[in-house]
Design a protein around this ligand. Sequence first.
Ligand code: AMP
Length: 225
Amino acid sequence: MRLILLGPPGAGKGTQAIVLSKKYGIPHISTGDILREAVKKDLPLGKKARSFMEKGELVPDEIVTGIIVERLKIDDAKKGFILDGFPRTLKQAQALDEALKKESIYIDLILYFETSPEVAIARLSGRRVCKVCGYNYHIKNIPPKKTGICDQCGGGLFQRPDDKEETVRNRLKVYEDQTKPLVDYYIKEGILRKVSGDLDVKELFHRFFLRYSPKRSWYDSLKKR
Ligand code: AMP
């Protein structure tokens, strides 16, 4: 299964991707995670990306497209993958189409997380991340047992710099201007399904399955190409 999760920051794509990745045994590929790791390790890629990320702007298309094309060549992506946060512009979507076409493979499904700005802002401003293992919490929805401490590894929790209110507003604007047009692009291709990003992760997962899998896998019900 080859899946793209599309939607604004704060739609819950990353959290849902972790659940789906476990369920289907396919890798969760997040350009945001790859870039943050490169920034943390001060790699050349991180040096190029850092200033864009801090402002909530998009990293240039050539850089992120290169990352994805290389990542999809790794063996674990041969049986499928979940793309989270890529593509984010029409240029990226077209570059992805071209790269996949060369390998004669196709995206099966775009899950579009339609999400209200209020929910997105509340999720992002309450998000806390473990410095050590990267596990995500939310001060209200998914609080750690001990304030500021990761349940998984005991590491300290912090707020992502781009989750501060000012930057969040810019990220949502960038999404509206540059990423939302992809909804129409994929509707035309006939492979987009809308789901509500306002639902919590478990409920969305449950509804997704109810809708697509009364008896057999929802995946079987998709248009085969
Ligand atoms: P995310 O974790 O997906 O919200 O991404 C965090 C930041 O990484 C974004 O605000 C961008 O600066 C950068 N980024 C992630 N994915 C992309 C992409 N596909 N294109 C451009 N920039 C990206």
